[in-house]
Design a protein. Structure first.
Length: 154
């Protein structure tokens, strides 16, 4: 199986926060943003696996700064680490000032996806080859989180 780099899995999705996405105080409804994140992260996972991968868990999701009606939301997702049949994908959502290009981090999320075969059973995933120091650090951090998760389940 050909290994992939995090760069090959990088997925970007743009949304404009419309009135129908807002809650009662004019900021984006969290569930809508979570749905955007799930889609963006799923495509990153599928780019890695070359086939359908399902969301197994949302491991972390922090709303750090609000998105308001009219804001341009830029989502980016990439694979942090590939395990046996599962992957950790990170997705960030930033608010972009289109006049200056400045971006503010609004959401940081990490999700686990599982690669499924034709029979619906988990299938081994290709390995991940980090290219940069940051990508290596992200993979190591993901491996530590997985080890902690597995030991907590015992
Ligand atoms: C995710 C799913 C395929 C796992 O199936 P399973 O029979 O439990 O598979 P296994 O126990 O063999 O685990 C397979 C992998 O998934 C991982 N996994 C399973 N449940 C997990 C969870 N809750 N969180 C994180 N990872 C999980 C395991 O650690 C394992 O990873 P590894 O192979 O890299 O070591 C199954 O639970 C499922 O189909 N869930 C519904 C998924 C879905 O419908 N998602 C859409 C959103 S509703």
């Amino acid at each position: 199986m050909k290994t992939r780099t995090p760069r090959e899995t990088l997925t970007e999705k743009i949304e404009i926060v419309l009135p129908q996405h807002a809650n009662a105080i004019g900021t984006a409804f969290g569930g809508t943003v979570m749905s955007w994140i799930d889609i963006c992260a799923a495509v990153a996972a599928q780019r890695h696996c070359g086939r359908v991968a399902v969301t197994a868990s949302v491991d972390a999701l922090d709303f750090l700064s609000p998105l308001r009606v009219g804001d341009v939301a830029v989502l980016r997702a990439w694979v942090n680490a590939a395990f046996r049949t599962s992957l950790e994908v990170e997705c960030v959502v930033e608010r972009e000032d289109t006049a200056t290009g400045a971006r503010v981090l609004c959401v940081d999320a990490r999700l686990t996806f599982v690669n499924l075969g034709e029979d619906g059973k988990p299938l081994p995933v290709p390995g991940l080859t980090p290219e940069t120091d940051e990508e290596h650090a992200r993979r190591e951090a993901a491996e530590r989180r997985r080890a902690a998760r597995l030991s907590a389940r015992k």
